[in-house]
Design a protein around this ligand. Structure first.
Ligand SMILES: C[S@@+](CC[C@H](N)C(=O)[O-])C[C@H]1O[C@@H](n2cnc3c(N)ncnc32)[C@H](O)[C@@H]1O
Length: 275
């Protein structure tokens, strides 16, 4: 039986990066190492027919480029962390059906994929796990998952496309608690400003996910985020589209969009280290 993705829930949003990875692999194969999206898409019970037009439009293709860049950005952050702590834990918060761990697995680290129970169930059916990889079904806002992560050898957390759907207080409480529990850990995630958040909401409407809200963004230059906890250090940000690798051989239109995502939406990857 095909695995079902519940409509109009935050879980359904995983469809967007999943399909974007498939498109990115087809159109920009040099930019993404994705091995699984095509197969997963064939195995889930989800009607993509009304979404294909969007994904193949100029904006949709640019969205696929964004997802390829975000994967690369977060892979860089993980690999950087693993250079110092090769047997650390690598935690994918709100993993969806993303196979990021296979690209960074050095055989010594441990990989953890966290998402709601329904998503993890689907994941278990569709994505093969490696020996050093674990799936944890949880609500990220219920911190009992902390105890399931090995933390003594260091922990790098990543979240791609996840915190847009959290309220600010939820993000704040989660980050503060993580910084207290996971000493010497680090967290990297993507975000944008208020204008970018409106664009996320518009995308959800286009995707017919009208009941999913998007709330969290960062509009100042990280001052508020830095003030959340004395356990944060080296809070830094890089451009999501241009901060980790430059895209040279792309259409002029996408180069123009790149400037737009930087200047108008302030799409960025933020990294926080925990003391
Ligand atoms: C846009 S998808 C991104 C999926 C994946 N990170 C990727 O890049 O393909 C957002 C994911 O966050 C998960 N998520 C959102 N809120 C969550 C929460 N409170 N607890 C666990 N997972 C959550 C959703 O179920 C969904 O899989």
């Amino acid at each position: 039986m095909k695995q079902k993705i519940e409509k109009n829930t935050v879980q359904e949003t995983l469809i967007i990066p999943l399909y974007s990875r498939k498109i990115a692999k087809e159109k920009f194969p040099d930019l993404i190492g994705d091995k699984s999206s095509d197969d997963i898409i064939n195995k889930i019970d989800y009607d993509f027919s009304d979404k294909e037009k969007y994904f193949n439009s100029a904006i949709g293709l640019y969205g696929a480029l964004e997802v390829a860049q975000r994967e690369f950005d977060l892979e860089c952050e993980i690999k950087e962390y693993l250079k110092k702590r090769e047997d650390a834990s690598v935690v994918n918060l709100g993993c969806g059906l993303n196979d990021l761990f296979s690209s960074v697995n050095n055989g010594k680290c441990k990989g953890y994929n966290l998402d709601f129970e329904e998503v993890i169930k689907t994941r278990e059916e569709l994505l093969e796990k490696q020996d050093n990889e674990f799936n944890i079904a949880c609500d990220l806002n219920d911190y009992s998952w902390f105890e399931k992560i090995e933390k003594d050898k260091g922990v790098i957390f990543v979240a791609s496309g996840v915190f847009y759907y959290f309220k600010k207080e939820e993000v704040k409480n989660l980050f503060v608690k993580m910084s207290e529990y996971f000493k010497c850990g680090a967290l990297a995630f993507d975000t944008c400003n208020k204008t970018g958040l409106k664009m996320v909401l518009r995308l959800l409407k286009t995707m017919d996910m009208k009941e999913v809200g998007s709330y969290f963004c960062i509009s100042d230059n990280l001052e508020e985020l830095k003030s959340w906890s004395d356990n944060f250090e080296n809070v830094s940000s890089k451009s999501y589209m241009n901060g980790y690798r430059k895209l040279k051989d792309i259409r002029l239109l996408y180069k123009f969009f790149n400037i737009f995502t930087d200047k108008i939406f302030n799409m960025q990857i933020i990294k926080i280290e925990f003391k």
